[in-house]
Design a protein around this ligand. Structure first.
Ligand code: BGC
Length: 743
């Protein structure tokens, strides 16, 4: 439809029709599960609201959605199609590793391919929009939603944000198998105080802009069609009613001109924040902030028409929002092709197809991070291995946001072992349940797991210990329950359940070749695991093909190559912890522990147990001292920092060489290090490669005292190494700084 026709359509619509476009309803209203005169009326919705709503959340399936769309459009006064939206986070039915695991691949192009395949499964199932990517920066492992993020670094998160948006949307939303992406949660949702979900966010504007906003911006620059508001406050004002945040920062400074949707009932929640007295005021605030779609409340549909007629909300505000929604429908080509790619036959062919499963396996094995290995991995052929632990015969490895993915499609570790030669000499035992009797998780609709009696638990444990003693080595598959991380799963203790720690102790007492395969949605406190076991492989929640991918790595068919996208804290008392902290006036100096008045703890180190960027392989790499081609950067010239990377072990492997920069003195205090580049190199034993990073002036810009992205003349350090703790450093100067504007 041409722009002119779209404008005409807007003018032809009644006020009621327009406000109904801003309403999003649950799928049940259209499938007959919720009738217009049942629970709907209680929620304040009328039949007219349903008949003219703009979008639907939570309905799926080509046949169903085609029917809903056709029936709906037949009755709609202006034949405006519905938008179908859903959370497709790490895949629809073929489940890829959780986003935090995808971050560990340090391979945004891979995340782009995963998003593209997720889009294909979604599009043929009738969907038009996914509420992904979630690009919130995260520093606090107590917050369960860290699993949905790609980690603690603005640069890495930005690359993944852009890649995922491109993967979902492609170049043109009308292309087959493309769906619209929604960058969320704007803004700062990843920093809830004390790691407690939905809690207040306290960020200085400087920190918000410098660390938290870049990934949203990258998603928007990549063309994200939607942005979702966050539940939290920013500067004391709930994001969903925050005019400064949405109008000034999002629209004006970041240039976003797509659809802004509230998070689930977030317009109503601004009342509970104590920001508005009632629903009417909430409608005014959200509309003024420019929230286009009201997800799951009736606040707009109850109040906006009246508010416009009373002159309290200008009709232009409604028109602006509705035009953006119509524009999105038009970009997807829905006026001409209301069911877009929905197709029952294609659903059968595409969902969980070979190609998607192969990609899920590739993404999973690249996401695993080898944290420790005292020469127990890879498994030695022909030796007897006992696979022990509650994750050995368990399909629950798809992550709590895999809301459509089914565990029945997941291969277990035991099945994956039995498919391979390793199966011949393998022993298996669960050893214990995932959670154990003492751990109760309340309020989940999904049941946690089977209940075992004390006697059954004791028998399980003894059987496992016996098999561990019999075997040459043990692969111990431990971890969080998949529902222990995700939305509303904050934890004050970030350890695996106690019952599994007991299993670890008993197994380690009878076998001194124990490799822990660790499943989790968040960094955990793994001091005890790391001290007790001879190897630790972090596998996150690896998805549908996770088990086969684990075997690829354990067997040595694929050398581990993942790097941590989030620091693994020493213990929970250290969080929030992140490598890119600001310099302090009293930095702790290595070896000066007796120097009392320093920024340090009395009882634990400052450093996390495993830092950002860390990860081993089955070989070792030597990185030479960094060299620089000139000492001063002038004008538009760039300079180059190089290292030689050599594989000095006896297996092939991949190293991710990382570049960090540090501005030594600036008008605003700078982080001690900031990731600015990385390169993955795959080398055969004995092979060497020179890795060169170009440093350009714009890489030195930051949010200065002028509140602009500028570089400043002066001295810098460039670090190149295998993780964020590297001290391999060269210095250089910048002589010709520049102003890069507002962002
Ligand atoms: C979450 C969002 C999600 C929405 C819709 C909310 O509870 O915070 O991330 O997109 O629900 O399912």
């Amino acid at each position: 439809m041409t722009e002119q026709k779209l404008q005409q359509l807007l003018q032809d619509m009644t006020l009621e029709e327009k406000v109904n476009q801003m309403l999003q309803l649950a799928g049940g209203f259209f499938t007959g599960d919720m009738m217009a005169m049942g629970p709907m009326a209680e929620k304040g919705f009328t039949q007219e609201n349903v008949a003219q709503a703009g979008s639907v959340l939570g309905a799926l399936g080509a046949e169903k959605l085609k029917k809903i769309q056709q029936d709906f459009m037949e009755k709609h006064p202006h034949k405006i199609p519905l938008l179908f939206m859903l959370d497709v986070i790490n895949g629809l039915k073929t489940i890829y590793p959780i986003p935090l695991g995808q971050g560990a691949t340090f391979e945004p192009e891979l995340a782009e391919r995963c998003a593209q395949m997720a889009a294909k499964e979604s599009a043929v199932s009738g969907l038009h929009v996914t509420f992904s990517p979630m690009v919130d920066l995260v520093r606090d492992a107590r917050w369960g939603r860290v699993m949905e993020s790609t980690g603690e670094d603005p640069y890495l998160n930005s690359l993944f944000a852009g890649a995922m948006v491109k993967g979902y949307q492609g170049e043109d939303l009308q292309e087959p198998y493309r769906i619209a992406a929604c960058v969320k949660h704007f803004a700062g949702y990843g920093a809830p105080t004390a790691g407690r979900d939905y809690n207040t966010v306290e960020l200085s504007r400087h920190t918000l802009k410098e660390f938290y906003l870049p990934a949203y911006k990258a998603g928007i620059d990549a063309g994200a069609a939607l942005v979702m508001t966050s539940f939290n406050t920013i500067d004391g004002v709930p994001a969903t009613g925050n005019k400064w945040l949405m109008r000034k920062v999002l629209r004006e400074e970041m240039g976003f001109d797509g659809v802004l949707i509230s998070d689930w009932a977030a317009i109503e929640e601004i009342i509970y924040h104590g920001y508005c007295a009632d629903r009417k005021e909430a409608a005014v605030r959200a509309a003024q902030a420019g929230v286009d779609i009201d997800m799951m409340t009736g606040i707009y549909s109850e109040h906006l028409c009246k508010l416009v007629r009373e002159g309290e909300v200008p009709e232009a505000l409604v028109d602006e929002a509705v035009y953006r929604i119509l524009e999105l429908k038009n970009k997807l080509g829905l006026f001409e092709n209301p069911c877009k790619d929905a197709d029952e036959e294609k659903e059968k062919a595409v969902i969980l197809c070979k190609e998607h499963r192969a990609l899920a396996r590739e993404a999973a094995r690249k996401s695993f991070v080898l944290l420790k290995n005292e020469e127990v991995l890879p498994l030695q052929k022909g030796r007897k291995t006992a696979f022990i632990g509650p994750y050995v015969d368990n399909r629950n490895m798809i992550g709590s946001w895999s809301i459509v993915g089914e565990t029945k499609d997941v291969t277990t570790l035991k099945e994956a072992v039995l498919e391979r030669p390793e199966g011949e000499h393998a022993l298996f035992a669960a050893g214990c349940p995932v959670l154990g009797g003492d751990l109760k998780l309340e309020g989940f609709s999904e049941s946690m797991e089977e209940q075992y009696s004390d006697e059954e638990c004791a028998a399980m444990l003894e059987e496992a210990v016996k098999k561990a003693a019999e075997a040459d080595m043990v692969v111990l598959a431990l971890g969080e329950h998949r529902l222990q991380s995700g939305e509303a799963t904050s934890n004050a203790n970030i350890q695996i359940p106690q019952v599994q720690m007991e299993l670890l102790e008993r197994v380690c007492a009878v076998n001194d070749r124990v490799a822990v395969v660790l499943f989790s949605g968040r960094p955990l406190d793994i001091r005890a695991i790391s001290a007790r076991a001879q190897a630790v492989l972090q596998v996150w929640l690896p998805g549908t093909e996770g088990a086969r991918a684990i075997l690829d790595v354990l067997s040595g068919d694929y050398a581990p190559s993942g790097k941590l996208p989030m620091s693994f804290p020493y213990c929970v008392g250290q969080v929030p912890v992140h490598y890119n902290e600001y310099s302090t006036g009293r930095p702790h100096v290595e070896g000066k522990d007796k120097d009392r008045f320093r920024s340090k703890y009395l009882d634990i180190p400052n450093e996390p147990l495993y830092p950002f960027g860390y990860g081993l392989s089955y070989t070792r790499f030597a990185i030479s001292p960094a060299e620089i081609d000139k000492e001063t950067m002038t004008g538009a010239e760039s300079l180059h920092v190089s290292v030689k990377v050599k594989n000095v072990g006896d297996a092939a492997g991949t190293e991710t060489v990382q570049l960090y920069l540090h501005d030594i003195a600036a008008s605003v205090v700078r982080p001690v290090k900031e990731l600015k580049g990385f390169r993955k190199v795959t080398l055969a034993p004995g092979e060497e490669e020179t890795v060169t990073f170009e440093i350009r002036e714009e890489m030195l810009r930051f949010l200065t005292e002028n509140d602009r992205w500028e570089s400043e003349a002066g001295e810098f350090e460039a670090f190149v190494g295998a993780d964020s703790s590297t001290v391999n450093c060269v210095k250089f100067r910048l002589d010709a700084p520049k102003d890069g504007g507002l962002g």
